[in-house]
Design a protein around this ligand. Structure first.
Ligand SMILES: *Cc1c(COP(=O)(O)O)cnc(C)c1O
Length: 463
């Protein structure tokens, strides 16, 4: 979402014919490497390729719609984050962006840790052999069962989100004869410049414990007294798809301020702070995300400076990128179905998926790009809206984008940067079968999450 360019973009359900689109690129055949994964290109026939594999062949073998995830790119992004932060910090991949057993193996091999926020994500992590001490459990309403499972597995940390939960975790840990390391999630009152539904550090929201009115300090007071938990740090997550580091700066300053208060009141210097995730990626050519190296440098500088001026030892920093790792690594491949030109407005291009495989456009007004990938075309640019096949007029995948005017049913088009929050938010609306995720690497492709079948759907229907 290029929030910077369109701070007050159109909302889901709005009737608007103006559109918020960039001018057509000079050449519609270009696959800008800012928004496409690293190994994407075109072969001499003009067919787009990923990891050396033509998309036409991939469509034949795996069908459409399907997500193709560039494993080399995923691993490279993991390494970029761990290299950038070095050995004095921890990188936790936010599993909610996209999680599967293969992803857990890659994370394990690349030395990352993993955030989970449900029993299902925890089960996937443990099943794929993630060492429990490298797992953090999040969530504003963790069930007793989820907490028991996490504590008995020995997860590295549970991030506490409320007073009630603090007591619950302490009791469960005690009854299991454990001392569970915990962090307290605070809301620092930073409004990240992004869509309201995904900004998570307003005070008026369900996550965390407010810093401003002394609630966070009270939570620390209670946590330090409870047996069964060991308070190891403070956690803050300010939002999603953020480009501007200013929010992190304020957040870090306030969290360090709390660490100083804790030291003054209790004589304890907490060893860790977690600054959350939320770093933006490029969905369109207007988005300019910062490199992990750059982000690491500024975050560490802020924390170090604030700690020095408060006379604190610099705590161990952790960060939790989800989208910034997996988002750019995948694209969704669709087949074009019907094409409906609306005079004076735009052309509606229907694909064989839609809001069931990408809800972000309907949910957040997310902006995406799209390209014709099964062939080259030198036809004129045609203002298009890529829509799905669902029974909702809000079933939009790409609100406004240019496709070549000779687009025809049967062409393949692809939407880049769909690695995060697309498969993980996919639904069975209209009894759609959720698409597979195919990992591609060095000229080979393998299914890591298979396509759903009608048998899968009917198996749950036991009436
Ligand atoms: C969602 C979330 C993240 C990851 O956010 P991204 O925008 O994918 O980087 C990290 N930490 C917490 C606590 C979250 O809720």
């Amino acid at each position: 979402m290029s929030r910077s360019a369109h701070p007050a973009g159109p909302r889901y359900g709005d009737v608007h014919t103006e559109g918020h689109y960039s001018p057509p690129p000079a050449d519609l055949n270009t696959l800008d490497d800012k928004i496409w994964s690293r190994t994407v290109g075109r072969d001499e026939d003009g067919v787009a390729t990923v990891a050396g594999l033509p998309v036409t062949r991939l469509a034949e073998e795996f069908g459409t719609p399907a997500y193709f995830l560039d494993e080399a790119d995923f691993r490279a992004r993991c390494r970029a984050w761990t290299d950038a932060f070095g050995k004095d910090a921890d990188v936790f991949y936010a599993g909610k962006a996209f999680l599967s057993r293969a992803v857990v193996h890659w994370l394990k091999e690349e030395g990352l840790n993993l955030d989970v926020c449900s029993g299902g994500e925890l089960a996937t992590a443990l099943d794929a052999g993630m060492p429990p001490e490298r797992i953090a459990l999040h969530g504003n309403n963790k069930s007793v069962h989820e907490i028991e499972r996490a504590v008995s597995a020995g997860v590295g940390r549970i991030v506490l989100d409320s007073f009630q939960e603090m007591v619950r975790v302490a009791h469960i840990a005690q009854s299991l004869g454990r001392v569970q390391p915990v962090q307290i999630r605070v809301t620092v009152g930073v409004e990240a410049h992004t869509h309201e539904f995904i900004a998570t550090a307003h005070e008026d929201q369900k996550f965390g414990i407010a810093l401003a009115d002394g609630q966070a300090a009270e939570a620390v007071r209670r946590a330090l007294k409870l047996d069964g938990i060991e308070l190891i740090g403070i956690h803050s997550h300010i939002g999603s798809q953020i480009f501007d580091m200013a929010g992190f700066e304020v957040s870090a300053r306030r969290v360090v301020g709390l660490l100083a208060e804790i030291r003054d009141e209790h004589g304890v210097e907490l060893p860790e702070i977690d600054l959350g995730g939320g770093l933006g990626i490029a969905y369109t050519p207007e988005d300019d995300p910062r490199e992990p190296h750059d982000i690491a440098k500024s975050l560490t500088a802020i924390v170090t400076r604030e700690c020095e001026s408060a006379g604190l030892r610099t705590p161990r920093i952790s960060v939790e990128p989800g989208r910034a790792i997996v988002g750019p690594t995948a694209f969704t491949l669709y087949e074009v179905g019907t094409i409906k030109p609306l005079e004076g407005l735009r052309t509606y291009v229907s694909v064989d998926g839609g809001m069931s495989d990408n809800i972000r456009t309907a949910l957040y007004d997310a902006e995406y790009s799209v390209a014709l990938v099964s062939r080259r075309s030198d036809a004129e640019p045609m203002l298009s809206r890529v829509v799905g096949k669902h029974c909702e007029s809000g079933d939009i995948v790409v609100r406004d984008a240019f496709l070549p005017a000779d687009l025809a049913p049967g062409d393949l088009i692809a939407v880049p940067a769909t690695g995060a929050y697309c498969r993980s938010m996919a639904s069975n609306y209209n009894h759609a079968l959720r698409p597979p995720v195919v990992a591609v690497k060095d000229g080979s492709a393998r299914v890591i999450v298979r396509r759903e079948t009608e048998e899968d759907l009917l198996r749950l229907d036991v009436g």
